[in-house]
Design a binder for this molecule. Structure first.
Ligand code: FES
Ligand code: FES
Length: 161
């Protein structure tokens, strides 16, 4: 079967890849491009472990095809930090012990960045609503929400007690 040639930008770098028609973007990221930070939890759009940002929109990479990435700009968990410099979301997740396992955390970090790009001052309710698509059965989400709000304050240039 012939493959599609896709030209895109991933984490600020021009990227070209070949993919089969039925390959999801998640499959391409993990198995063709070896960007394994995005995880496959459910493969059906329910868990958020595969979250990436495509042209500024938070999407489940298990729900779109690699072919659909043509001409888009994609941010994955690997592109959130700038070299050794953690993104404020990552820093605050660390400081607030909001890190969970390696399956849910990448998606939560990406989803939180997407939230704060769109709304730099979310209420607790807005943060919880936004992250409702990122499932973790092991936490009550309180530390995560505190980390989200601390990161938001940091990005706004405010200090929090
Ligand atoms: S793997 Fe994509 S939402 Fe669960
Ligand atoms: S699913 Fe990651 S800690 Fe619960």
């Amino acid at each position: 079967m012939s493959k599609h040639h896709v030209t895109t930008s991933i984490n600020g770098e021009p990227v070209e890849f070949l993919c089969k028609t039925q390959q999801t973007l998640l499959d391409v990221l993990r198995n063709e491009l070896h960007l394994t930070g995005s995880k496959e939890g459910c493969a059906s759009g329910d868990c958020g472990a595969c979250s990436v940002i495509v042209d500024g929109r938070l999407v489940c990479s298990c729900l779109i095809l690699g072919c659909e990435a043509e001409g888009t700009s994609i941010t994955t968990i690997e592109g959130i930090a700038q070299g050794d410099h953690l993104h404020p979301v990552q820093q605050k997740f660390l400081e607030h012990a909001a890190l969970q396992c390696g399956f849910c955390t990448p998606g939560l970090i990406v989803a939180t960045k997407a939230l704060l790009d769109e709304n730099p001052n979310p209420t607790e309710e807005e943060a919880r609503y936004w992250l409702a698509g990122n499932l973790c059965r092991c936490t009550g989400y309180d530390k995560i929400v505190r980390a989200v709000q601390a990161a938001a304050a940091d990005i706004r240039g405010e200090t929090v007690a």
